[in-house]
Design a protein around this ligand. Structure first.
Ligand SMILES: [Zn+2]
Length: 446
């Protein structure tokens, strides 16, 4: 079906800011990006028009590492809660939560988490899931909520861990294996990785089993050196650093995702660069857990693709991007650290690259261009100062991120998820009411 989308401005994700853009859309593809001064080609007179005067079209954003299951934890009180280390944060909060999750909770958290992502202009997310007492079928349930009901592109995995015993670790391996097998070739809306929690909760036997069933064309999605204890445990128990250990099992692959990587040494960074593995930075989560700061230049200087995720702390990628810049400046005491060029690389170059590696096929992520997919957000943002290709990040960070991120329309692969501020196919009020009930019942079980 042909549609025409017009707005006040468009940034194509690269170099072009277009005033009064006119996008010609045919089903899932952008046919042309014109301006209102150009004449309409033949055959478009009867196309449906979606006019958003004064609004700003951006490429749909990608969240390269998140945990949707955290959506029902907002406002939850846990007691006792007095963590002294990162591992104690996991033990006292997240591992108690994940053990209490039922498939119904997984579905609801996926639904609400994906709806919030849509409201933040996110069209693609890479999730890392855990529900040790509801492993089987959990990825299907998530896929149905996120990609089916909400309509986002999702890359899913189940985090295998030995922390809850051998039977649950085996169930996690099977969940990844059967989910990956079920993926339809090149659907473009769903993909998968083989999930692992973190090196310090996964034994050599489990890594061996994962390596055995992992097919050539898939990578792993794992937390690496998030807290300092991860490396300490690796050296004490295995006599080697985490990345060396994962490499022995062949898990450093171009389509693998290593989240965090804060406490790596030079040799580990070299190894990651050599293998082409992607790293995902999650600054707000790292600050919240007080685990340290990623040395981003040490990775980018080695041409390691460093992307950006929220680690389950919401889905506001522009807020995350703002923080990524600020924390570099603050910690290094250099006002020019974390500059626009670096931030552009994280969210608008490396995240699309990471998504392209996961979704394969011909989808070019993160750009609005003729022949590309219709993955875009229309922001309710009126620039009070001139906007052009040279100052886009000034508006994104000091305008949108610090004031109000309001996404009126969201298109994913041509499907209208949000239209003029409302979900097209979902009853938001009813879902949020059910979500509050589901969360209240989950909290009681903790
Ligand atoms: Zn994480």
């Amino acid at each position: 079906m042909k549609k025409i989308l017009t707005a006040g401005w468009m940034w194509d994700g690269e170099r072009r800011v277009v005033e009064n853009p006119v996008l010609l859309i045919d089903n899932e593809q952008i046919i042309a990006t014109l301006t209102c001064k150009e004449s309409m080609p033949d055959g478009w007179e009867r196309a449906e028009r979606v006019d958003r005067p004064g609004r700003w079209i951006l490429p749909g954003m990608i969240n390269a590492h998140t945990h949707l299951y955290s959506a029902l934890a907002r406002g939850m009180a846990v007691s006792p809660f007095a963590p002294r280390t990162f591992t104690e944060i996991l033990e006292q909060l997240w591992w108690r939560l994940d053990k209490a999750l039922t498939l119904e909770d997984v579905s609801m958290s996926g639904l609400v988490g994906a709806m919030e992502a849509a409201r933040c202009g996110v069209t693609t997310l890479v999730d890392h899931h855990a529900s040790p007492n509801a492993v089987e079928g959990s990825l299907d349930v998530l896929r149905d909520a996120v990609s089916g009901q909400v309509g986002l592109r999702g890359c899913y995995c189940y985090e295998v861990s030995d922390r809850d015993g051998a039977a649950i670790a085996r169930a996690g391996i099977e969940e990844n294996r059967s989910f990956l097998k079920s993926l339809s070739e090149g659907s473009g809306r769903e993909s998968g990785l083989f999930g692992l929690h973190a090196a310090f909760t996964v034994s050599d036997e489990t890594l061996e089993s994962v390596a055995k069933v992992l097919s050539e064309d898939r990578g792993v999605h794992i937390h690496v050196a998030e807290g300092p204890e991860d490396e300490r445990q690796s050296e004490a128990a295995y006599g080697m650093r985490i990345v060396e250990r994962l490499d022995r099992f062949g898990l450093l692959r171009p389509n693998s995702i290593f989240a965090h990587c804060i406490h790596l040494d030079e040799h580990e960074r070299d190894l990651i660069a050599e293998r082409g593995t992607a790293v995902v930075h999650n600054p707000r989560s790292n600050m919240n857990n007080a685990v340290g700061l990623l040395d981003i230049p040490a990775f980018l200087d080695r041409s390691i693709p460093v992307g950006l995720g929220t680690d389950g702390l919401g889905c506001n990628m522009l807020g995350e991007l703002m923080t990524a810049g600020l924390v570099q400046k603050h910690t290094r005491e250099q006002s020019l650290a974390g500059d626009f060029g670096m931030l552009d690389q994280l969210l608008f170059r490396n995240n699309p690259l990471i998504a392209e590696r996961q979704f394969g096929g011909d989808i070019r992520f993160g750009r609005i261009e003729a022949g590309g997919p219709v993955d875009l957000a229309v922001l309710d943002y009126v620039p009070p100062t001139p906007i052009n290709a040279g100052n886009v990040f000034g508006h994104l960070l000091f305008g949108v991120a610090v004031h109000a991120l309001r996404v009126g329309d969201l298109w994913v692969g041509g499907r209208e998820v949000l239209r003029d501020g409302a979900f097209v196919e979902l009853d938001e009020e009813r879902i949020y009411m059910r979500s509050r009930e589901t969360a209240a019942s989950l909290w009681k079980r903790l």
